[in-house]
Write a protein that binds this ligand. Structure first.
Ligand code: SF4
Length: 470
């Protein structure tokens, strides 16, 4: 499944002699969380701040010369994927304000579900906003409180903020990392010698040589300054609901969740998938890269050999709106190619991590058929996605989901497979834990959603009669 995008990744460091280089490496490791823009703010103390942010990949945004100019021993950084209408230079993070002669900056992974209402209230109160980003609402609320300590500024500022936020915040002499009471998005604390780090994923610590210290728990935060590390709790009670999709798809397999690697969690998903949906086949293959671990689990559990049947190009270029069917097919071929020897004349189990629209899956299956696969058994290591996410993942409208377009009995035909099996909701919950969010599979949202009218699209009572959409 390659149809969803997480919106962001964050990184922060305090007390490092090479802060900009650490932030750069941490962003690079988390590039998969956002590829449209990158930015960082580095400081060496009150009044000495350098900001650089631009559209593009981390390697394009930051040159050696730029990193040299980003002098200082602490700072925060961000990679971003913006939804349509929310892009543009102004919205690139970190967002920065100067308030009472203090420079405060913020970087955010998540989505504030009541941002529209809060923004209107604040505008009615005289606030001026410079971006269309929900993050600016959070920044304003944090800076405008008249409090002596950054911790009280954060606690008060976030009191009425709802939704998903893993934040890193730079104050005049400190940084903070804080996570919403549901803990939808990940946030971790790391350490290397006297330097402290926050990152969305633990793979960012590996690249800078830092040790993982702990997860920032839902509803928890840490302030790091010359006084050391100060933990604090938000005013709202914690109700953990970690995003199941982080484990299914978004996070890198070499990152950790609890005591396990994401890879190990996905292997378990693959094993459970075989138990629920066995297949008689000659070979198991993955839709790379995020399905590799689940395919390995399926192969181990089934005893069917694992082979590399599909290659994904990492240089397929930007996606574009293709006006003709031929060009749309080319887009999939740009990205994927089948190794004919691995599948020709064979019964093939193709394991994918998830299916959203189903259109890419359909074309990938077609590639296997064209390469001589005798049978294709499609196995998906998550339940069917049926509901949009409001907590920081870009998803299509409800009507675009495969589950809402094609009736259950016609799914295998639509995808062109000999058999089809999705991991059950129960198995997913068992593997990812009871305190997880699975709303995009079940519709059970953990919090009330301020849906705009355009986002509420009812499931079709009757399926479409033809399959000529993209
Ligand atoms: S709705 Fe889905 S993608 Fe969004 S936080 Fe919940 S599990 Fe994750």
């Amino acid at each position: 499944m390659k149809e969803l995008r997480d919106k962001c990744g964050v990184m922060a460091v305090y007390n490092s002699p090479r802060a900009a280089q650490d932030l750069y490496l941490g962003l690079h490791a988390q590039q998969h969380r956002g590829q449209e823009s990158a930015g960082m703010l580095v400081s060496s103390g009150p009044g000495v701040n350098t900001l650089h942010r631009d559209q593009g990949l981390v390697t394009h945004v930051f040159s050696d010369e730029t990193l040299e100019r980003l002098a200082g021993h602490f700072g925060i950084a961000h990679v971003r994927y913006a939804t349509a209408g929310c892009g543009g230079q102004k919205n690139i993070q970190p967002l920065v304000v100067t308030h009472r002669d203090e420079v405060i900056a913020i970087a955010h992974n998540g989505n504030i579900t009541n941002a529209g209402r809060l923004k209107k209230e604040m505008e009615d109160d005289g606030s001026l906003f410079h971006t269309s980003s929900d993050t600016e609402v959070v920044l304003h609320r944090i800076v405008r409180g008249k409090h002596e300590s950054p911790i009280e500024q954060i606690r008060t500022g976030l009191r009425d903020v709802e939704g998903a936020y893993s934040l890193v915040i730079k104050f005049e002499n400190a940084i903070a990392g804080v996570r919403d009471p549901f803990g939808f998005r990940p946030l971790h604390l790391g350490k290397r010698d006297d330097a402290w780090f926050f990152a969305s994923e633990t793979c960012a610590f590996d690249i800078v040589g830092a040790e993982w210290v702990c997860e920032v728990e839902p509803g928890q935060g840490f302030l790091v300054s010359d006084q050391g590390l100060q933990p604090f709790a938000l005013e709202q009670p914690a109700t953990p609901r970690f995003c199941a999709f982080e484990l299914v798809y978004f996070s890198r397999p070499d990152s950790c969740h609890g005591d396990s690697s994401i890879h190990a969690v996905r292997v378990e998903m693959g094993k459970a998938l075989f138990e629920e949906h066995p297949a008689e086949a000659d070979v198991v293959t993955a839709v790379p890269d995020s399905s590799n671990s689940a395919a390995l689990g399926y192969a181990h559990a089934s005893g069917i050999p694992l082979d590399i049947g599909l290659i994904r190009s990492h240089f397929s270029g930007r996606t574009f709106i293709a006006p003709h069917q031929a060009l749309r097919d080319t887009r999939v071929r740009q990205k994927f190619n089948v190794i004919r020897d691995a599948v020709d004349g064979k019964r093939v189990v193709v394991v994918d991590d998830s299916v959203v629209r189903g259109t890419t899956s359909r074309k990938i299956i077609q590639l296997f058929r064209e390469s001589g696969a005798r049978e294709v058994h499609f196995r998906i290591a998550s339940p069917m996605v049926q509901h949009p996410c409001f907590f920081g993942v870009d998803m299509p409208e409800r009507g675009a989901f495969l589950a809402n377009k094609v009736p259950d009995g016609m799914l295998a035909d639509f995808l062109g497979v000999d058999s089809l099996g999705f991991l059950s909701r129960e198995a997913l919950k068992r593997i990812v834990g009871p305190d997880s969010c699975d709303a995009c599979f079940t519709g059970n949202y953990p919090i009330r959603i301020d849906e705009t009218p355009g986002q509420v699209i009812k499931r079709k009572e009757k399926p479409l009669g033809k399959f000529d959409y993209v």
